[in-house]
Design a protein around this ligand. Structure first.
Ligand code: MTE
Ligand code: MO
Length: 480
């Protein structure tokens, strides 16, 4: 029931209408509506709401509650819903199926930040293993987990620069292309955000500890091989092709520069196996992108479309959220003024503080700090990870046991990895000299380009809490 303030044929308005509470009313059959769907950043996911109220969806896709979205929608407004049709100021929502209904069950040991969508990190002791077990690998979902009935028949469509589409099933990918494995870290740009929030000031985003990172063996086919098969000159891509966009089945999207996608030492994969097991649902089954050395946000899960383009993905996850600004910018930046995060900076963290005699205790603190140095013969052992983006090798891990006055080097442990560059993390260990435990521990890593981590959190503070990599400070007897 529309209280029209713009002339529109009521019948066209009724067919396939999309309504927003107390306001806009969009019809997919209207010619403007069709243009809208093709330019909608989430693509045709919007059709889930066709014929009903958009409100339940906007509770999930809450990105829409922004003035610029209302501004865009204004041109599509065909009327205002009669206030007498509203219940408590809202359009009575059609009951929608819970989109999270098909989400998998998660391991009870995971620390849940949010359940719907699932955002969870493993307990600290898990991060002491070189390979992170699948069921304990951090999960970062923006939306629901898409339901795929037959993984082998799942299709991915490559859209060439000329607009041609070539579709492969997962089964065909496995048949046509050579299998390739790499050992690589995935790290969320929000890893260690809680440290920045505590020591540099509040930030927006999930309060990850040191576990929004994991290291796994990934198996699939090289994106470079697939792009060559659909006709791209992978040794010299045409000037127009600047980016490769990935679209996930639920609506998530992101892109990487073409150079990374075709780099013969770039190891960008379409992955169907994780640690020699079928790729788990939460990690993108049946097919995900793996972009080693880049922020995990580019490794699109449940990938269904790959587009060669002269522009980046227009998704909010490419154009907005995953960017950093100066510490003076508190909110509402000019998002277009900063580049999307791609390669990661240098990172390190302490994942265990234990006594030389002890195994890591299971019920320990999340960062696994076990106070131990009471027996004279026992040494305190620190363990952790270090990692740098772009495949840059970690060449050194420095540890201080006196708050930064003196430093020593940690032992870099063997890293049995596969891949063209250093995509995996560097495990390290440090045996604290007897009596040296005073003001707690500090750790920082250095990569092969001599990039290193900033000392504090303040000067690097950014309001979204992205790329937190200040020196981790661990008190001798309790976690940060
Ligand atoms: N891909 C899809 N389709 N949907 C998502 O929500 N999240 C991204 C990326 N790929 C995401 C996605 C982000 S921000 C991260 S950190 C990684 O997936 C997390 O991967 P994981 O859940 O396998 O650890
Ligand atoms: Mo992320």
């Amino acid at each position: 029931h529309l209280d029209m303030d713009t002339p529109v044929s009521p019948s066209s308005a009724r067919r396939g209408a999309l309504a927003r509470c107390a306001g806009y009313f969009i019809t997919a059959h209207h010619s403007l509506g069709r243009d809208f769907i093709s330019s909608h950043p989430g693509g045709d996911v919007i059709l889930n709401a066709a014929g009903g109220s958009i409100d339940p969806f906007w509770k999930i896709f809450n990105i829409h509650h922004k003035q610029y979205v209302y501004d865009i929608l204004e041109q599509y407004r065909v009327g205002v819903i009669d206030p007498t049709d509203l219940v408590n100021g809202e359009v009575p929502s059609a009951v929608i199926d819970d989109p999270f209904e098909k989400d998998p069950t998660r391991d009870a040991r995971m620390l849940m930040h949010t359940e719907k969508p699932c955002n969870a990190e493993p307990p600290g002791e898990v991060l002491n293993e070189f390979l992170t077990p699948n069921e304990l690998f951090f999960v970062r979902n923006h939306l629901w987990v898409p339901d795929v009935s037959d993984p082998e028949e799942h299709e991915v469509t490559i859209v060439t620069f000329d607009g041609d589409e070539v579709t492969f099933t997962v089964r065909e990918l496995r048949q046509i292309f050579k299998e390739h494995s790499v050992t690589a870290v995935l790290q969320c740009s929000g890893n260690r955000r809680s440290h920045m929030s505590k020591q540099g000031g509040d930030t927006q985003g999930l309060p990850w500890d040191v576990g929004a990172i994991g290291n796994a063996k990934w198996t699939g086919v090289l994106l470079r091989d697939v792009l060559r098969e659909v006709g791209l000159d992978v040794n010299e891509p045409p000037e127009d092709v600047q980016h490769v966009q990935f679209l996930g089945s639920e609506a998530y999207g992101a892109s990487i520069p073409i150079d990374k996608a075709v780099d013969r030492r770039g190891d960008v994969l379409l992955v169907y196996q994780m640690n020699d097991q079928p790729l788990p649902k939460d990690h993108g089954a049946p097919l995900r992108v793996l972009v080693p050395g880049h922020v995990a946000a580019r490794s699109v899960k449940w990938v269904k479309k790959i587009i060669l383009s002269d522009e980046e993905s227009q998704s909010q996850w490419q154009q907005r959220d995953y960017k950093c600004f100066g510490p003076n910018i508190k909110n509402d930046p000019d998002w277009s003024s900063a580049p999307a995060i791609q390669e990661m900076p240098v990172q390190s963290a302490v994942t265990a503080v234990r006594s030389s005699g002890s195994k890591i205790s299971k019920g320990a603190d999340r960062t696994n700090v076990i106070s131990t140095h009471d027996a004279d013969s026992e040494r305190t052992i620190l363990e952790g990870y270090a990692f740098s983006g772009g495949g840059r090798t970690i060449v050194r891990v420095d540890v201080s046991t006196d708050g930064g006055r003196t430093w020593d080097q940690a032992e870099l442990l063997a890293s049995p990895s596969q891949g063209s560059k250093s995509w995996c993390w560097q495990r390290w260990q440090y045996s604290v000299p007897a009596g040296a435990v005073g003001e707690g521990f500090l750790v920082k890593a250095v990569d092969e380009a001599y990039n290193t981590q900033p000392e504090g959190y303040g000067p690097n503070w950014n309001f979204r809490g992205n790329l937190t990599c200040g020196w981790q400070r661990v008190p001798a007897n309790k976690p940060e």
